[in-house]
Write a protein that binds this ligand. Structure first.
Ligand code: S3P
Length: 166
């Protein structure tokens, strides 16, 4: 079976929904950010701090390429992965791309207490969320389908994905 690849902004529930979906469909779950951390033996935050975003994006690209070789898995990609053309092509060739969406307000609420996301560790995270969302919107819209998660819990998101797949 084709892979299922969850994309979308930080805080849209990709990891939690992906894990739930994998359990329901009895498939393996792959978190691309975890692969990056394992490969670099460093947290995402430290990679950004010590090596910079361009380096992170390079490792992310290699990891997307590698993960795309798998079959029958559910994957969650970091929020910026789909912006890169080559990443999008590799994902598209390996499966169905599903974008999870949420409003800036919801994203802010869901990411507020987490200091693990370097891109949102700025003086005005709301503004940053709005600007990044605007820039990334055209890329997110290339997904095979999208789910608005604003008013859904994780169980409901995973059910909505299954419904859309069938
Ligand atoms: C990023 C999202 C993060 C992580 C990194 C960059 C982004 O993943 O890859 O901090 O550019 O949106 P999550 O979307 O899983 O938080």
């Amino acid at each position: 079976m084709k892979n299922i690849i969850l994309v979308g902004f930080m805080g849209t529930g990709k990891s939690a929904a992906g894990k739930k979906l994998a359990a329901k469909l009895d498939r393996d779950f792959i978190e691309l950010d975890d692969m990056i951390e394992a490969r670099e033996k460093m947290s995402i935050k430290d990679i950004f701090d010590k090596k910079g975003e361009p380096y992170f994006r390079q490792v992310e690209k290699e990891v997307v390429k590698e993960a795309a070789k798998r079959e029958d898995v559910i994957m969650s990609a970091g929020g910026g992965a789909v912006v890169d053309e080559e990443n999008f092509r590799n994902m598209k060739n390996s499966g169905i791309i599903i974008c999870l969406k949420a409003s800036p307000e919801t994203i802010l609420k869901r990411t507020k207490n987490l200091k693990t996301r370097p891109l949102l560790n700025v003086p005005d995270p709301k503004k940053q969320i709005e600007e990044l969302l605007k820039k990334r919107e055209p890329h997110y819209n290339k997904a095979d389908f999208s789910i608005d998660t604003d008013n859904l819990n994780i169980e409901q998101v995973s059910e909505a994905i299954i419904k859309n797949l069938s």
